[in-house]
Design a protein around this ligand. Structure first.
Ligand code: AMP
Length: 409
């Protein structure tokens, strides 16, 4: 017998009930980001591998271990996108978007791919909603984006906390990197093998470690937030002032390290305790060097991405719709064409309507109407009656107009 076919490891099917919740989330995100001027935008799900190698950074886990990379028939190295910002910047350069009025504000929604060990809330194909603002380093953009994500999560009823920090600019970071390397080397016998092996490549990742010895070393480590130059410190102070004015709460967390190399200045992450080990719901920051790194003109940028599955796991987007739902029951097979027309007419009035399409008995039809949470059942037989599912009352209607008014109100 042939082996049973299943969705590949780390992937999942979206079944109808979940599909409804995703649609509700998407609608609320589109409305929220649209109001702030973030326009819908898409890039391909695969890019030249170089986009991520250069953009995300060679020393990151994503590039070193997690990319789905393959050769196409022409021998080009392609990679399924592990994140959205590098592709957005590639597109910004390719389409000369620096010539548009700045900032260019973009929003996206779609699948991303990382070859990680699957567990609850962590998949190999997952979906993100993201927003990016390119072409301005105004701190109000950092604050605006943080507040938009906070609002999105609040609307989706995700209980979470915001961690916030600043990484400064490339020079400060390089100088601080040296200081941190020297510090880590001085205590390297206490570090995990993994962290010790990456002192040269990426010392910041030591703050991410769960290893007890490393954690103890990091408590006394020098902090980048104490080394910011005056411009970056001023920028960060302005971001914080906007957030304070909006009464947005956050934890200032100088140890916040994101798993991508391109960040400069502001970085932030929303975490939900409801999610357990995979607590990151969404995060982002400023990436003022990324466009130039991908071959474009020097262009500042800031943005975030949030995991759709994690939002759905931690929250409950989209309350119950209070719209009427009609079920059109048929007692006499000769009346099916009438029932079909009534169903169409109800939909034309904005009523969610379905007719009997599986040959059920009248009793079975009423049971099914209940399952669908119908507010009304239209019973189509020799005469047409409407049953109000709330009161249980069932009365005949004189004509289609009366039917539509009784169901739609
Ligand atoms: P990152 O850019 O890595 O911070 O990812 C942004 C968001 O995407 C995270 O906060 C998660 O919500 C989500 N995410 C990242 N990786 C995965 C994954 N493997 N499975 C599910 N969601 C993910």
């Amino acid at each position: 017998m042939a082996a049973k076919l299943q969705a590949p490891r780390g992937t999942f099917d979206v079944l109808p009930e979940d599909g409804e919740r995703r649609t509700a989330l998407r609608e609320s995100a589109d409305a929220l980001l649209g109001l702030a001027g973030y326009a819908p935008f898409e890039t391909p799900v695969f890019e030249d591998t170089e986009v991520f190698a250069r953009g995300v950074g060679q020393s990151t886990d994503i590039v070193q271990k997690e990319m789905f990379t393959f050769e196409d028939k022409g021998g080009r190295s392609l990679t399924l996108r592990p994140e959205g910002t590098a592709g957005a910047c590639r597109a910004y350069v390719e389409h000369g978007m620096h010539k548009l009025p700045q900032p260019v504000k973009l929003r996206y929604w779609g699948p991303f791919f990382r070859h990680e060990a699957p567990q609850a809330g962590r998949y190999r194909q997952f979906n993100q909603i993201g927003a990016e603002a390119l072409g301005s380093d105004d701190p109000s953009l950092d604050a605006e984006l943080i507040l938009l994500l906070a609002e999105l999560l609040e609307e989706a009823e995700v209980d979470c906390r915001l961690r916030l920090s600043s990484l400064g600019n490339a020079d400060t970071r390089a100088a601080y990197g040296e200081e941190l390397r020297t510090y880590l080397r001085s205590r390297q016998d206490q570090l995990s093998d993994d962290v010790r092996g990456r002192i040269d490549a990426n010392p910041l990742r030591a703050f991410d470690s769960d290893h007890a010895g490393t954690k103890a070393v990091m408590v006394e480590a020098p902090l980048l937030l104490d080394r910011l130059d005056s411009e970056d410190a001023e920028h960060f102070a302005e971001v914080r002032a906007f957030l304070d004015d909006a009464e947005q709460e956050y934890d200032l967390d100088p140890t916040l390290v994101r798993g991508l190399d391109y960040y400069t200045r502001t970085v932030f992450e929303f975490e939900s305790p409801a999610l357990g080990a995979q607590s990151g719901v969404g995060g982002g920051g400023r990436y003022d060097g990324l466009v130039a790194q991908l071959g474009g003109p020097a262009t500042p940028g800031v943005g975030w991405a949030a995991g759709i599955e994690r939002i759905l796991l931690a929250g409950s987007p989209g309350g119950e719709l209070a719209l009427p739902v009609a079920y059109v029951a048929v007692t006499d097979a000769d009346q099916r064409r009438t029932a079909f027309k009534i169903t169409e007419a109800l939909r034309g009035q904005g009523v969610q309507a379905q007719m009997e399409q599986a040959g059920r008995s009248m009793k079975g039809q009423l049971k099914h109407a209940d399952r669908l949470n119908a507010t009304h059942v239209v019973v189509v037989g020799e005469q047409i009656e409407v049953k109000d599912m709330d009161t249980g009352e069932q009365r005949p209607v004189a004509d289609i107009n009366e039917l539509l008014t009784r169901v739609a109100l």
